[in-house]
Write a protein that binds this ligand. Structure first.
Ligand code: T4K
Length: 397
């Protein structure tokens, strides 16, 4: 590769560039020794869940890190989104982005709401006040922007939009933990924000989530919903569930907070390698996380322009997979084209979402990708551009 030698791409029968599958997920975990040490205390105390000492400490440290009054840790991000809708006592239709993970809309459906899909900006991949306005009507009861790619929408713009139309605004910030916008930390915008702490996220607790808010009453409602009227003063809520954060999750969370800044640094280095190589490849553009002053750098998102790159996104994906590069086409298709929405809702006109879902590719980044891996992957993208004619239509079978 970097020495200029030509190799036969694996999809055409050559040897694989990697002898393992390189994942897109972050997969940052502490060493086994550190985790064992933390879990020893859990076993000694024989207190495994139900808001134990590690969960309480994790919530304090999360709130501190995020600069918010309340950080309510939950079993996973999806449950956090379901709880959010119930805590806000929403009823009706909610504007959101279809260019997201299906859980964004599915959590609404669980909560008895109907998603109204707004389009996104081609430049930022995020919903804007303009695209939300285009689908706004009297049946809408809230706005739910989604922050993706370690970037965000313009959250202050949405706060103003909510005030102007008398609508609560709550954010799916599953992919934006640790980001800042114009001097304000993501976690403090709108009525509340929901983060995912899944293993594929930069602050991973295997499964996990966190709901943040500066509103004391809302926080109390969320805590009551989380644990069947829970651990704090009881307040009336529409419904409860079990969204508890176990001590095992909390142990991982505390260790992850210790390592968080190093993880961002590692991701930043990986992205800079991708950027330096991909800058020389026509038609393969690395997206910079939009709107943020600081990003968690947790995604390497590439837009493939078929005409100048020479191959379509899916052809590139197949060629990468054959090499052991487990790139992903998040988010394909847009949620509006997935079940049940494709059958139960009129198909909305979302040209930008449809275009991005055909052209965007996630490259591996995170703990399991070192500088050498990133260089090889970026060079493969360049090599496939050079060999586009040979590769067009190849399916590796
Ligand atoms: N809102 C947004 C905007 C979200 O992105 C998400 C989650 C949510 C809401 C909901 O939050 P959670 O309820 O999940 O906390 C993955 C994640 O499971 C999901 O958390 C994430 N977004 C979504 C974007 O990606 P899949 O179905 O693509 O995951 P999977 O199993 O295919 O793994 C992805 C990559 O990571 C592969 O390369 C394999 C690798 N991997 C994965 C796991 C779990 C590993 O190497 N080891 C592992 O343990 O959804």
């Amino acid at each position: 590769l970097s020495d200029g030698r030509r190799r036969t791409p694996a999809i055409l029968g050559g040897g694989r560039a990697f002898d393992r599958d390189v994942p897109v997920g972050q997969m940052y975990f502490p060493t086994w020794q550190r985790y064992e040490e933390a879990l020893r205390g859990v076993f000694e105390r024989q207190w495994y869940t139900n808001h134990g000492p590690l969960a309480r400490e994790a919530e304090e440290r999360m709130a501190d890190r995020l600069g918010v009054r309340h950080a309510i840790c939950v079993t996973n991000g999806t449950i956090g989104l379901m709880m959010a809708a119930k805590a806000l006592e929403l009823a009706g239709r909610v504007i959101t982005s279809s260019f997201s993970f299906v859980a964004t809309a599915q959590a609404m459906t669980w909560a008895g709401l109907e998603p109204v899909f707004a389009d996104v900006s081609l430049a930022t991949h995020h919903m804007t006040a303009d695209t939300a306005t285009a689908v706004l009507d009297d049946t809408v009861c809230a706005v739910h922007p989604v922050n993706i790619w370690g970037g965000t929408c313009d959250p202050a713009e949405f706060e103003a939009f909510g005030s102007q139309h008398g609508l609560p605004v709550y954010f799916d910030s599953a992919q934006a933990f640790g980001c800042t916008v114009g001097g304000r930390k993501v976690a403090t915008f709108g009525s509340l924000e929901v983060f995912s702490l899944h293993a594929t996220k930069i602050l991973g607790t295997a499964e996990g989530g966190c709901v943040t808010t500066d509103d004391d009453d809302l926080a109390e409602r969320l805590r009551n919903i989380r644990a069947s009227y829970g651990t704090h003063a009881q307040v009336t809520v529409p419904v409860t569930l079990n969204g508890r954060f176990s001590e095992a999750q909390a142990a991982l969370c505390l260790l992850a907070l210790d390592e968080f800044d190093e993880r961002i640094d590692h991701n930043r280095t990986t992205r800079s390698i991708y950027r330096s190589v991909l800058d020389t490849v026509p038609g393969a553009r690395l997206l910079e996380p939009p709107n943020v002053a600081m990003s968690n750098e947790q995604y390497a998102v590439v837009e493939i322009d078929e005409e100048s790159y020479g191959l379509g996104r899916d052809e590139l994906l197949r060629a990468l997979k054959a090499e052991g590069v487990n790139a992903r086409r998040y988010f394909y298709p847009g949620v509006h084209r997935t079940l049940p929405y494709s059958e139960t809702l009129p198909l909305p006109d979302l040209p930008n979402t449809d275009l991005l879902s055909r052209t965007v590719l996630q490259l591996p980044i995170g703990a399991l990708v070192d500088e050498g891996d990133a260089r090889i992957i970026a060079e493969l993208v360049g090599e496939f551009h050079e060999s586009a004619e040979l590769l067009r239509g190849a399916d590796g079978r």
